[in-house]
Ligand binder design. Structure first.
Ligand SMILES: [Zn+2]
Length: 99
């Protein structure tokens, strides 16, 4: 389902293969309240996903939290860039009005 070529399974580190494609696996399983947020979703073989079942380890929790932090800081940067541009646009508008 829609992972670009060259994407690797984050459980076993191998690419998707015929009959065992990469699927969107939940790092913290849905059964334990893992959300459908992108930080909790990673490429996993259908078979790797099945083998994990609804188990997760401390490493999985740490990984999910790390990804959550990364995503939050990326959003902050994107927001700052967006607001920066908006302020610039606003300032230009005022100048035009004044002149
Ligand atoms: Zn795998």
């Amino acid at each position: 389902m829609g992972y670009p070529k060259g994407t690797l399974c984050e459980v076993c580190g191998k690419p998707g293969r015929r009959g065992d494609p990469l699927t969107k696996g939940h790092i913290i399983p849905k059964a334990y309240g893992g959300p459908n947020a992108s930080w909790n979703i990673r490429p996993e073989h259908a078979s790797c996903n099945r083998n994990r079942g609804s188990d997760y380890t401390r490493a999985d929790v740490a990984e999910a939290m790390r990804r959550h932090q990364v995503e939050k800081s990326q959003k902050r940067v994107a927001e700052a860039q967006r607001t920066g541009r908006l302020e610039e646009a606003g300032a230009t508008g005022l100048q035009l009005e004044g002149g």
